[in-house]
Design a protein around this ligand. Structure first.
Ligand SMILES: Nc1ncnc2c1ncn2[C@@H]1O[C@H](COP(=O)(O)OP(=O)(O)OP(=O)(O)O)[C@@H](O)[C@H]1O
Length: 306
């Protein structure tokens, strides 16, 4: 069942010389984990704003086409026609700047803020707050002042605040932009767990796909407001040249795999007998190990002896 359907969507900001999105068509399934990538200015944030209703409810501009969401048990609803307070209960949003998103002095007040604003009954608030904090692994931060938190902790508080509203869809704009590699890994793992365990549809806009390729179901690559390609990470990353042309670095394990193909050490990915494109260090290691241990080693030696 599609959670989101985007039909012929184009959007141009007021006074902009060209559209930020042009004729985008996408269908995102309930429970899918999608990464939208592309170079600076490709339209990632704009696409997320069209999904969470910031466009057209708060950001004016010229929009054509439609975004539909399909909450469980209901028919498709056009985002442009859903009241923002109702949308906020369906779609949680986390922006790239948690500093700008957090408005309360204490963590638990920040989580309660959205619940109060959307009219959640007081008796329901405590389990929602406790559940959201636990899901994001920050129960211990509950009574801490928000202004003393690290960037990663703030990202998790912003995520918990969004989650407390029990959204069926979570959109996150560069949620790890301010984090070091360990913080990035931890935040993405929380998201992957939420997606798996609670079947929340997760959509992340991110220029760097390295950490995400092995976690997501689908990569969507935007180029100047259009979908340049999309597919599972193993399918999409086979188009190494398209990513490179747009300045998007493909993950190192996939680069290694492609280099092995170019060197003739393994058959091209996607052809009979070829291994899957490695997406993680572990998969790249296993592939290298096979080369050392098995059949491909002979072709490896063959090349070296030439
Ligand atoms: N508020 C705005 N007013 C006018 N033009 C805008 C506005 N926001 C974005 N744009 C323009 O729309 C286009 C798409 O921008 P968008 O922010 O969606 O891209 P992006 O892929 O998210 O980029 P980045 O990775 O730099 O965040 C760009 O040309 C940008 O300059």
């Amino acid at each position: 069942m599609p959670a989101i359907t985007i039909e012929n969507l184009s959007f141009q900001y007021p006074d902009a010389a060209s559209p930020a999105l042009t004729d985008v068509n996408l269908s995102i399934q309930a429970g899918e984990f999608v990464v939208v990538t592309g170079a600076t200015g490709a339209g990632k944030s704009t696409l997320l704003r069209c999904i969470n209703g910031v466009i057209p409810h708060f950001q004016p501009g010229r929009q054509q086409g439609q975004v539909w969401i399909e909450p469980e048990g209901q028919g498709p609803l056009a985002v442009a026609r859903i009241a923002p307070a109702h949308l906020a209960r369906q779609i949680g949003s986390v922006f790239d700047d948690p500093e700008g998103q957090i408005v309360s002095p204490i963590v638990e007040e920040e989580i309660a803020f959205g619940l109060e604003n959307t009219g959640v009954a007081p008796a329901e608030m405590e389990p929602r707050i406790a559940g959201a904090l636990a899901a994001c692994g920050i129960t211990d931060l509950r009574h801490r002042p928000t202004n003393g938190l690290s960037g990663g902790q703030k990202q998790r508080v912003a995520m918990a605040a969004a989650l407390a509203l029990s959204p069926s869809i979570l959109v996150l704009d560069e949620p790890t932009s301010e984090l070091d590699p360990d913080g990035t890994e931890a935040v993405l793992q929380v998201l992957a767990d939420l997606n798996r365990r609670q079947r929340i549809t997760v959509i992340i806009a991110e220029q760097k796909v390295g950490h995400l390729a092995s976690l997501c179901d689908r990569l969507i690559l935007l180029d100047r407001g259009r979908v340049a390609l999309q597919g599972s990470p193993r399918e999409a990353l086979l188009h190494e040249g398209v990513f490179e042309k747009l300045g998007i670095e493909i993950p190192a394990p996939a680069r290694l795999g492609q280099a092995l193909v170019r060197e003739g050490l393994i058959p091209p990915f996607g052809t009979p007998g070829a291994p899957p494109l490695p997406l993680t260090v572990e998969e790249a290691f296993a592939l290298s190990r096979q080369l050392v241990d098995g059949e491909p080693q002979r072709s490896c030696r063959g090349r070296r002896s030439r």
